[in-house]
Design a protein around this ligand. Structure first.
Ligand code: TA6
Length: 306
């Protein structure tokens, strides 16, 4: 185990720890002094867990999740890149979530700032020869996963075109929030926006409600969404605040009962314990000329609801 302190009982409290999961893939645990923690796997660069100071899990993970690469784990925050959705020859939601990422530095720099108690790790995804045959673009995808002293989870993506021709991509941080029951959840910040409805052949509609509640399957891409969105869990008296930059859209998804039964790596009733609200750039793919770099920032905070 590689940790910030390499000896003694500090390891249990090390702000940045690296262990191996059951498949031998690196698993990074970030902790802060208040007791919040985040786990991110090099499988997919996927955040698998985010816990508050009481050790309560804030992200959903299916009891039937298939955690063997290359399949992505159902839950946490899979990164959908270089496409959201399933078009052309790429797999659904692109390949990034199915790949084994690497540490940006070797050996990995275990970042912890003593002054502000921020702990973070920098991951990197670059295409292999085989990847280039499927998606012939040279890029470097740098992902910083950061836990702040007050327990906010930040995901900062920097994607650079290091090739000789322009390419476009869409991206989503497919965030599975853990909720008490989908019937207790409302989402605020998307009212009056247009959305593309995946349940109606991506037709464009306008959100009429002044808040989003859930009584059936929902699968929408809200366009031009604000940089702050609230997810309220009435039962748990918990509010998730989503702040995003460079991510103009918001995906909202719950499979509901029928679709959940058809998802092999999701329990039949588990749809009631999660809502996906994803910071994304989907409607207008991002274009990068050679040498250009795009940055997208997502910050999640979990607050007790008043
Ligand atoms: O809008 C979200 C969505 O595209 C849904 O249509 C559903 O497919 C969901 O993503 C999950 O996709 P996945 O490939 O993770 O099963």
């Amino acid at each position: 185990m590689n940790s910030f302190w390499s000896e003694g009982d500090h390891d249990t409290k090390a702000p940045v720890k690296i262990t191996k999961d059951k498949n031998g893939v690196d698993l990074v645990t970030l902790q802060n002094q208040r007791g919040f923690s985040v786990q991110v796997s090099l499988h997919g660069g996927q955040v698998l867990s985010w816990k508050n100071e009481r050790g309560e899990e804030l992200l959903f993970r299916s009891s039937k999740a298939n955690s063997k690469p290359p399949a992505a784990v159902r839950g946490g925050i899979p990164i959908c890149f270089p496409q959201f959705g399933n078009r052309g020859c790429l797999e659904q939601h692109g390949f990034a979530r199915n790949k084994i990422w690497e540490f940006e530095n070797n050996p990995p720099l275990l970042h912890h700032n003593n002054r502000n108690d921020n702990a973070f790790i920098d991951l990197l995804l670059k295409p292999t020869e085989e990847d280039m045959r499927i998606w012939p673009h040279s890029y470097e995808f740098r992902l910083r996963v950061l836990l702040t002293s007050d327990g906010a989870l930040k995901l900062i993506s920097r994607i650079r075109n290091i090739g000789s021709k322009e390419f476009s991509f869409s991206i989503a941080y497919h965030t599975y929030f853990l909720v008490s029951d989908i019937g207790e959840v409302r989402v605020e910040g998307l009212e009056t926006l247009d959305y593309l409805d995946n349940l109606h052949h991506k037709q464009r509609f306008t959100e009429q409600g002044d808040t989003l509640t859930f009584e059936s399957e929902v699968d929408r891409v809200y366009i031009g969404s604000p940089h702050i969105i609230g997810v309220f869990d009435h039962e748990k008296r918990r509010t998730f605040i989503i702040r995003k930059e460079g991510l103009p859209d918001a995906v909202v998804w719950n499979p509901w009962e029928k679709k959940a039964k058809a998802i092999t790596d999701m329990g039949d009733e588990e749809y009631r314990q999660t809502i996906c609200v994803d910071g994304a750039a989907v409607e207008k793919p991002i274009k990068l000329k050679p040498g250009e770099e795009w940055t997208g920032r997502l910050e999640l905070t979990a607050l007790p609801s008043i």
